[in-house]
Design a protein around this ligand. Sequence first.
Ligand code: ZN
Length: 227
Amino acid sequence: MRVIDLSLGYSHGMPAYGTSWYKEVEIRPLMTPETDPTGHGRRFSQFVLNPHNATHVDAPSHFVPGGKDVSDLDPGLFIGPALVLDLTHRGLYEAVTADDLAAAARGLMRPGLRLLLRTDYLDRHWGDPDFWQKPPYLAPSAADWCVEQGAVLVGLDFLTEEPGDRAFPVHRRLLEAGIPILEYLCNLKALTGPIVWLMAAPMQVIGAEAAPVRALAIEGGGPYGPA
Ligand SMILES: [Zn+2]
């Protein structure tokens, strides 16, 4: 069995979407071995997390009034077989369309599968000052395809929306259909098979519209592992 980490981790001062209301991630020591009042040398940390900064799940309530919060979602959505779609021919500023997804699926898509959409954009360009301005992105037709095909989760390593599109059609289509979006994946190039076992449950943050995820793929389960 091989476990592949698909998560972009949270770290203090990591790159953040460049707008005035977007908070940077803070991970600060609350107590150090030197300041422990008991003299036992303990460490405590404090996290100020904007979940949307690194690998995370968007729940319907991110866009849909009255939609499910991340804590209301069935955890089974995040654990199970996932189909990996190779879209690495799509580069900067390019839309990933329904036709791209259908071609990459090569007839393997089935209702109830999770989708992992791979362009390697995050691996190649994370940290670039114009990261949010130049990505490949999902066309609305691609969101329609995911809904029509019965995907239960859509994960991707590029941007969900076309930069500058303030109507957010892809988020709306997927989240209105009850399909959570697993954003800011990385390392999809390490996967060898078209179908992997995914474990990508979000932190149980009650009433939140999104939460951090440790996204892991498992290949080669063996008799006690995933089928
Ligand atoms: Zn998000």
